[in-house]
Design a binder for this molecule. Structure first.
Ligand SMILES: NC(=O)c1ccc[n+]([C@@H]2O[C@H](COP(=O)([O-])OP(=O)(O)OC[C@H]3O[C@@H](n4cnc5c(N)ncnc54)[C@H](O)[C@@H]3O)[C@@H](O)[C@H]2O)c1
Length: 160
């Protein structure tokens, strides 16, 4: 299956790599061109056991690619949104502005029937995944709230 992962931080990079290791055709997207440059060279910008090896093999086969251009996510059947959700200053609530921005930018590139999965601890991402009235394609939406400890993210995704 063709998959996109929007946001290639700790969670997104591991998620994209694990999906490619399972045989999916994965495009990882991030707004940080330095990070995307490192990932395209199979160099994760953080430590995670097993990740450098899977990045190297998955990028070599072509099953895992990285881009800063959201248009490269077009055609994917499932889009995982894994951008940051920092705590809002002075409250316990998650700041959803990055989730909102990523989903709004993704809408023009969605194919009919595509599934948008917010990999964030915020159910309201479902609301933001609804397209503008002018858009005929209405994406299916879901959220995934699984948490993995640092050092165990790849193992957890590879063996759910
Ligand atoms: N870190 C974990 O182990 C973990 C586990 C489960 C869930 N989560 C959730 O996953 C989400 C991401 O967490 P993280 O730790 O990977 O965050 P992170 O800050 O490491 O990575 C977020 C990435 O999103 C990118 N980004 C921001 N806006 C973007 C946009 N519009 N388009 C594309 N890329 C964009 C940033 O450049 C950054 O690289 C959060 O909601 C977090 O709560 C994290």
């Amino acid at each position: 299956m063709r998959i996109s992962v929007i946001g290639c931080g700790y969670l997104g990079t591991v998620h994209a790599s694990a999906m490619a290791a399972l045989g999916h055709d994965v495009i990882g997207i991030d707004v940080d061109d330095h990070k995307i440059g490192e990932l395209a060279q199979a160099g994760p910008p953080f430590f995670e056991p097993g990740l450098p090896e899977i990045l190297t093999s998955a990028t070599a086969t072509g099953l895992l690619r990285f881009s800063t251009d959201l248009a490269d996510a077009a055609g994917a059947g499932v889009h995982f949104v894994a951008v940051g959700t920092p705590q809002t200053r002075g409250t316990d609530a998650a700041d959803l502005r990055y989730v909102d921005a990523a989903i709004e930018s993704l809408l023009p590139h969605l194919a009919p029937g595509a599934l948008v999965v917010a990999r964030a601890p915020c159910l309201s991402a479902r609301r933001r995944a609804s397209p503008p009235a002018s858009q005929s394609a209405r994406p299916n939406t879901a959220t995934s709230r699984a948490w993995r400890a640092a050092g165990w993210r790849y193992q957890g995704l590879g063996r759910p």
